[in-house]
Design a protein around this ligand. Sequence first.
Ligand code: BG6
Length: 465
Amino acid sequence: MKIHTNITIFGGTGDLTFRKLLPALYTMFNTGKLPENSRIVIIGRRDYDSGSYRALANDWVKKFSRLPYSAETFDAFSGQIDYFRMDLSNPKDYRRLDEYFSKDDIGSHIFYLAVAPRFFSVIADGLKTVEGACQGKVIIEKPFGENLEAAKKLNEELESHFGPEQIYRIDHYLGKEMVRNIQAIRFTNPIFTDIWNSRYIESVQISALEDVGVETRGGYYDASGALKDMVQNHLFQILSIVAMEQPEVFNSTHMHTAQVEVLKSLSPVGQAEIEDTLVLGQYEGYREEPLVSPDSNTETFAGLRLYIDNERWRGTPFYIRTGKKTGTRQMEVSIVFRRSMPEVEPNVLIIKIQPTEGVYLQFNIKRPGDTDDIIPTKMDFCQNCDLVHQLNTPEAYERLLTACINSERSWFSQWDQIEISWNYIEQLKQLFTKKGLKVYPYAPGTHGPKESNEFLARTGHQWME
Ligand code: BG6
């Protein structure tokens, strides 16, 4: 049989596959984004066959699919799913996999490693015996390792097997509609493009608050913390898109270069500045969460004040904050412009990323009536407030899988971005620990410790609420 694209998912019975990948593939099938004659091979240790796995997949797709579920479409879709049972560390099983693949004429391979990073090199090694595998693409998920050293080693191993251009590192924030929109808003509107610099912008805030706690992921999270879990990857990606110079062309190479330049220009922080750079918090009750150490000092909240040392941004602070159990789910980027005169409110542009997707602009008018008072007012555009748009906006994993099939690398993190961000964040954390700074407790349902407000107040600012 001729197969156009063969997508093999290692970790096929894990949460990511059930909640995200299968629903995304189903929708891609439904909307014609999955190339015809594709096949999805699910790799797992558990005792299923293709029939019983498809029945299981049916339940998850029904629950998590973006588009309305249809049994008929699911049947057609699931005809392309095969379950292949194997032990990831058994070389014989890779030979069986090779035999199974060799029965068909496969156009291209994509291997999705939806497994813990300790399996990445085991799988890469195993795939050496599978014909055509090393010409395939491989998708990996963060964490790319437990620390920078481990991540480097993993990266070298993967690159030596697949080659740097074949590795697609998922940062699912890059697949979010409004994250993709930041560059459109910045560069297609001269009212913003021309004043996107420190002369006109007083501060930038990137805020990602979550309602959920660590739930069942205590084991992973406790070794990671908010800085590594959210800041070093998702929020630094956003920071670099907000702050980058306009790429010559909007292709992967130019975008990537522009983003990396921002990360390289982050002002170095020394022992004397760390207190004004980083504030950390932990929600009360975190230490009682399953798989979390009872004396854990891991941060579930992080607030940062960063500066970018280049001509465009010198003097404008970039505030980043993220936290779990904050009583709200809200992710947005706020651009606070300098006031035209001290007594009026600033113009504020807020790019709302989730759950509301939209653009909010605050500006000043004269209070209506017989007065000259100046008051702030707003224009508030919501992109996903109606059902049609909700249904039309692809989910991040749909976009990312489609982008990988089409080799559009700008949708993925590149290794040098990861390395620079990781280095920077590790240095901050080391300075923080060396200085003996405290991880402040905060009550669940609040927006982090009160110290994070005092932290911003020190430079005359406050978090946008
Ligand atoms: C993941 C983090 O990468 O992103 C999680 O590991 C976090 O801790 C999640 O909850 C947030 O993603 P989203 O899409 O819900 O904002």
